[in-house]
Design a protein around this ligand. Structure first.
Ligand SMILES: *Cc1c(COP(=O)(O)O)cnc(C)c1O
Length: 384
């Protein structure tokens, strides 16, 4: 059993994906065309923001927002951005690429989202922004983070690369509905998305987008993603080439229509796992049923993680570790700090425990019930 069978996911669309790709090829227009424009409208409407700008990938979506704020707000090189140490390296690389300095902090122990209670102690004169990462598809405590940011005049950028479709505050005590809450990407000053094939909304190659209600930011990101240009051959700011292409946009438009039902299926699988996995060596995370978790990853914690992983592998079940090495332990990060003459040693035991104990078991909208049960049985029947 694959960790995630992308062929099965995409095959389930029948001829629809082939037809839309064929139409793009036959249309003869491959970047900055109608499909991207339509996708940007549809995704903005879905997320609930005024603007969406398609870009090349998730890393660029993060980088371009930071670069744009730096340009618009006059931030300096070396200004600081707070983010969790247990995220994918892209979040930290984006900060460095924008000429800013990542300041790392801890996640919670019971779920992998940033521990908002630690944030006040990290804010300095140089702090400009916070990047809450909706790790594994679970949304961070945005109300608390936004309130703090407002108090200190900081920007908040949601790293929503794992949380397409998640809804914060979607439960009114009786009903679950997107009417009550806001989608990931619409809970802060801006949101960044990746459409890497394995994400909850994934293309057939790289892709990304930013969402925001801020017209100036949207315009600056659009310029910077296109060589700093709004008008052809007029370059008013420094830029890069990072554009969503027509084929990806066309595929994403088809797949966006199923995102909500895909996320419901993921949540159903997560519920089954949480109710049925029962093993003395395995710690399950509390199940979240209120829409604020779209289960991009189903994470369990196990002190014997590598042993558990071997057992599953021997039974034909693939797993992944998200992520074995926290950012402060990565050479790329340490060397970059050194290069910037920043002498700082991080001690982040909660992040390290996640790195040591976390195992992601198979989860995907295309998983059959029998596969889900097989994973449960395999875990429960093995004594260690
Ligand atoms: C996938 C991911 C990214 C980067 O996305 P790419 O499209 O691969 O560049 C950034 N942050 C998080 C949390 C991610 O999971």
């Amino acid at each position: 059993m694959k960790y995630q069978d992308l062929k099965r996911v995409n095959d389930s669309f029948g001829e629809e994906l082939f037809n839309t790709v064929r139409d793009v090829i036959k249309g003869g227009w491959y970047v900055q065309g109608r499909e991207v424009e339509l996708f940007e409208h549809e995704f903005a409407e879905y997320v609930g923001t005024k603007y969406c700008v398609g870009v090349g990938n998730g890393l660029d979506a993060l980088t371009l927002v930071l670069m744009s704020w730096k340009e618009l707000l006059g931030w300096n090189d070396g200004d600081e951005v707070i983010l969790p140490a247990n995220t994918f390296i892209a979040t930290a690389i984006a900060v460095f690429r924008a000429g800013l300095v990542p300041v790392l902090t801890e996640p919670h122990t019971q779920n992998a989202t940033i521990d908002e209670s630690l944030l006040p102690s990290l804010i300095t004169e140089k702090t400009r922004a916070i990047i809450p990462v909706h790790m594994y598809g679970k949304m961070c405590e945005m109300d608390v983070i936004n309130k703090l940011a407002k108090k200190h005049n900081l920007k908040v950028l949601e790293d929503a690369c794992q949380a397409h479709g998640a809804i914060y505050n979607s439960y009114n005590g009786l009903e679950l509905s997107s009417l009550f809450g806001k989608r990931a990407g619409n809970n802060a000053d801006a949101g960044s998305f990746s459409f890497y094939p394995g994400k909850n909304l994934g293309g057939i190659g790289d892709g990304g987008a930013i969402t925001t209600n801020d017209a100036d930011l949207a315009e600056m990101v659009r310029m910077k993603a296109n060589y700093g240009s709004k008008e052809k051959y007029v370059h008013s700011v420094m830029g890069v080439n990072s554009r969503l292409d027509e084929i990806q946009a066309a595929v994403l438009r088809v797949k966006l229509r199923r995102l909500d039902s895909d996320n419901i299926r993921r949540r159903e699988i997560a519920k089954y796992y949480t109710e049925h996995i029962c093993h003395p060596a395995i710690e399950l995370l509390p199940f979240t049923n209120d829409g604020s978790h779209v289960y991009h990853v189903y994470a369990v914690k196990c002190k014997n993680r590598d042993y558990l992983r071997d057992i599953l592998k021997k039974n034909g079940i693939d797993t992944i570790i998200h992520y074995p090495t926290p950012i402060h332990k990565q050479d790329a990060f340490k060397n970059e700090l050194k290069r910037l003459n920043i002498d700082k040693t991080y001690v982040l035991p909660v992040s390290e425990t996640w790195g040591n104990d976390e195992l992601s078991i198979p989860i995907s909208q295309s998983m059959a019930d029998s596969d889900v049960m097989k994973v449960v049985d395999c875990i429960n029947q093995n004594i260690f």
